[in-house]
Design a protein around this ligand. Structure first.
Ligand SMILES: *[C@@H]1O[C@H](CO)[C@@H](O)[C@H](O)[C@H]1NC(C)=O
Ligand SMILES: *[C@@H]1O[C@H](CO)[C@@H](O)[C@H](O)[C@H]1NC(C)=O
Length: 468
């Protein structure tokens, strides 16, 4: 108690009060620091630039990597959930025209009620019709990805983000679902002279050439969707300077479409992905599998010749009939139990069969001299496909000898590689890292410098300020 004289009672009072306040402050601070820490951690996991937007060279290196080094590590669940789209770091800034709904979601049966141009993806995602239509549905998946690219809770990496100001954009996206329009609206009604598909194309061209964005680049930075080989048949001549997203160049003049300026996108595969495939060489009883139409125009005549050559081979399945006729289940079964799957040129150089084979991990044997393949600038198809020239394939005995000579180890290597790359061909919403949607955006991004070169050159002699 003697201390009391030296330190008055109020001193003790203030001291303990001070302590309490100090402790409280410390508690608050530590809470802040700790929670800050966790958000830092999340932030780190989420926004590390390399994780979300792998530098293109890195990516192509890992794409090339034979074996384990695939950038498609679907089996690593670790940070996937945490990844978020960071718009300011996107690889590609995309301006999308708000085309009237008749050009896109109305074709899917969506009813806009005149209220908005786009469906509210938060409430309901309009579904894409019909199995066979689906092969050419790239338009739909890319558009969904753009529409959701600025959702704050958007998961997964975003290579492309939508920007409102077209001057900020690297490319201009034209959301006309032309494959569906071609599939559904090509019939000319009795009392009309033009199909609705033709009318939409005319309207589109008229709209485009009137836009500021078009005038600035003469359309060179515009992305046009034309995956179905017959889509945009009427408009394509007017859009030849644009970047086209196609399945192949079979029905195009090289002046309108070519591999330098355009993008080849995969078909959406129709048969089931072989999930948990642990089959080995010997588990797949059929050596070579083909199912498809036999009598095809043009280059497709080779199908008949091949049939005659192969029909008596004992471990070869060669049958005719489209997936529509015999169901996708049976084809899935067939491809999942075959070592090699034939892809023979048909009416066009490409078909969804290649992508069905990839999803089945059935090593594709490609007989199509003019085929072009998605992302071939970063992907070496010889690691998981066998290419045979048409002129060789029709030599008696050539094909079977080649296929029978593939050793079990080599086949297994290709099968493993197929399992690594299959994700690159998967269309889905929401899109995931390195799936078809993201791979296409990356392919577009790789073409941006070439587009800019053309645009800048075209401005050399333009009147001062005219195109700015
Ligand atoms: C694949 O394997 C995983 C893990 O073993 C399992 O959870 C899943 O159900 C399997 N899927 C199919 C389609 O067999
Ligand atoms: C359909 O499947 C059956 C049963 O496997 C088969 O016998 C038939 O040849 C197939 N039809 C066509 C058109 O491929």
């Amino acid at each position: 108690m003697g201390n009391r004289n030296m330190q008055p009672w109020w001193h003790v009072y203030w001291k303990s009060l001070f302590c309490c306040v100090l402790i409280a402050i410390l508690l608050v601070l530590s809470y802040l620091v700790l929670s800050d820490d966790t958000s830092e951690l999340v932030f780190d996991n989420v926004l590390t630039e390399e994780k979300i937007f792998p530098v293109i060279e890195n990516q192509s290196a890992s794409l090339r990597g034979h074996g384990g080094e695939s950038s498609l590590d679907q089996n690593a669940p670790a940070n996937k959930e945490l990844e978020r789209c960071n718009p300011s770091k996107a690889l590609l800034k995309v301006f999308m025209y708000d085309l009237p709904p008749e050009f896109h979601f109305v074709l899917l049966g969506w009813n806009s009620d005149g209220k908005s141009v786009w469906p509210n993806l938060r409430t309901k995602i309009p579904s894409y019709p019909g199995a066979l239509n689906l092969q050419h549905s790239v338009d739909y998946w890319l558009t969904l990805d753009l529409l959701s690219s600025r959702f704050p809770d958007r998961s997964g990496p975003c290579n492309a983000v939508r920007v409102e100001d077209s001057r900020e954009a690297d490319v201009v996206f034209v959301p006309f679902f032309s494959s569906l329009s071609s599939n559904r609206l090509s019939k000319i009604k009795p009392h009309e002279t033009q199909s609705a598909n033709e009318l939409l194309q005319q309207k589109l061209v008229k709209f485009l050439v009137a836009q500021e964005e078009w005038k600035r680049s003469d359309g060179r930075d515009h992305i046009i969707l034309a995956h179905h080989p017959n889509s945009m048949l009427d408009a394509r001549m007017h859009l030849s300077q644009c970047m086209l997203i196609l399945s192949d160049f079979g029905r195009y003049s090289p002046l309108v479409a070519n591999v330098d300026k355009d993008i080849i996108a995969p078909y959406k595969h129709l048969i089931k992905t072989f999930v948990n495939d642990s089959s080995s060489f010997n588990d797949r009883p059929t050596l070579l599998y083909f199912q498809g139409g036999i009598d095809r125009k043009g280059g497709g005549k080779i199908r008949r010749e091949l049939y005659d050559l192969l029909k008596d081979e004992k471990d070869v399945h060669f049958s005719f009939g489209s997936l529509r006729e015999n169901g996708t289940n049976e084809a899935s079964q067939g491809m999942h139990s075959s070592k090699f799957c034939l892809n023979i040129v048909g009416d066009t150089p490409s078909s969804n069969r290649l992508f069905d084979a990839i999803a089945s991990h059935c090593v594709p044997v490609i007989i199509s001299d003019d085929i072009e393949l998605p992302y071939e600038d970063v992907l070496d198809y010889s690691e998981f496909c066998i290419f045979v020239r048409s002129s060789d394939a029709i030599k008696k005995g050539f094909l079977m000898e080649l296929i029978r000579s593939v050793r079990r180890e080599d086949w297994t290597q290709m099968w493993k590689r197929l399992k690594e790359v299959e994700g690159y061909y998967e269309y889905q919403y929401p899109s995931k890292k390195d799936d078809a949607v993201q791979m296409i955006w990356q392919a577009v991004a790789r073409k941006v410098p070439a587009i800019q070169l053309k645009v800048h050159r075209s401005r050399r002699f333009s009147e001062f300020g005219e195109h700015r």
